[in-house]
Design a protein around this ligand. Sequence first.
Ligand SMILES: *[C@@H]1O[C@H](CO)[C@@H](O)[C@H](O)[C@H]1NC(C)=O
Ligand SMILES: *[C@@H]1O[C@H](CO)[C@@H](O)[C@H](O)[C@H]1NC(C)=O
Length: 359
Amino acid sequence: AVHSRQLTVQMMQNPQILAALQERLDGLNGSPSGYIESLPKVVKRRVNALKNLQVKCAHIEAKFYEEVHELERKYAALYQPLFDKRSDIVKAAYEPTDEECEWKADEEEELTEMKEKAKLEEEKKDEEKEDPKGIPEFWLTVFKNVDLLSDMLQEHDEPILKHLQDIKVKFSDPGQPMSFTLEFHFEPNEFFTNAMLTKTYKMRSEPDENDPFSFDGPEIMCCTGCTIDWTKGKNVTLKTIKKKQKHKGRGTVRTVTKTVPNDSFFNFFTPPEVPENGELDEDSEAVLAADFEIGHFIRERIVPRAVLYFTGEAIEDDDDDTEVTVYCVQEGEEEADEENDPDYDPKVRPSLTTHIHTL
Ligand SMILES: *[C@@H]1O[C@H](CO)[C@@H](O)[C@H](O)[C@H]1NC(C)=O
Ligand SMILES: *[C@@H]1O[C@H](CO)[C@@H](O)[C@H](O)[C@H]1NC(C)=O
């Protein structure tokens, strides 16, 4: 053993061996190892041919994701009548029949709770007295149950979100640039006159010319909100502050009122604009990264399974996703659990691949 250690020490002092070792390490790190450079010209030429094939693969993959988008559109139309019925029940436009209200778990509960039945019935009577319409505060409860959304929620947003009756996802038409729009439908309320607030996410599903190998499905590129027509005095995205102002020359102090932006979920509808040159300051970039994540989450999870976020069942389910994540990590995927990963960036985590990888 002593012998081999001496040998190692000698080797480590040999600059040539060190350089070779460094080269190997560089290769492992994914930086140029020099190996490719050392290949004969004719072989290098052929490697270029392989790379060109790879670019073509990326373009075919882009077509694949376009077809996935088409499929999603097709199936969205099949889900929609069910989502519409959900909305009708929530807003009390439709009273479900006894048959529609039967649920297995309830039956089991009833068996074990026979003795409490009388008590339950009394409670029922109480409820009837209050006569709640539909499912009160359905979407507000969903918002409160999901960390990603409740983080945006301010106390003064809650009375407004009580009026939220539905969230719909609309996909772009065939042949149009790929995008999806979230529609937030509100009942008439004292806060704003819009019946609907919208947020549109534009996507791109084609390899970047300058970096075709990074292509991994559609990316959200930018988003646009909408103008909220706030009733006078109800604009929760604004607050007025009083500021003392000192006159430089005279030294007199006066109080001025200023309006400044206020934290609110409704700032979601005025996202930072991506300027022409594509350069964003750090703050806007962080806001947008979070925004894309939220938009993606609402589309992919909340809208399809709203009732489970209302009851909290979907939140337990999210633990299962962690298992999938472990699998992904083992597969060498960069992607990780989107809810818990602070570095999660939906720009590099396109929506559709999420599904594909976890199928
Ligand atoms: C601004 O935000 C604060 C705290 O988040 C809230 O109490 C206040 O009502 C908001 N102002 C307006 C005008 O909504
Ligand atoms: C509400 O406040 C935002 C700033 O947060 C402002 O841009 C907008 O013009 C205001 N809208 C109304 C109707 O006052």
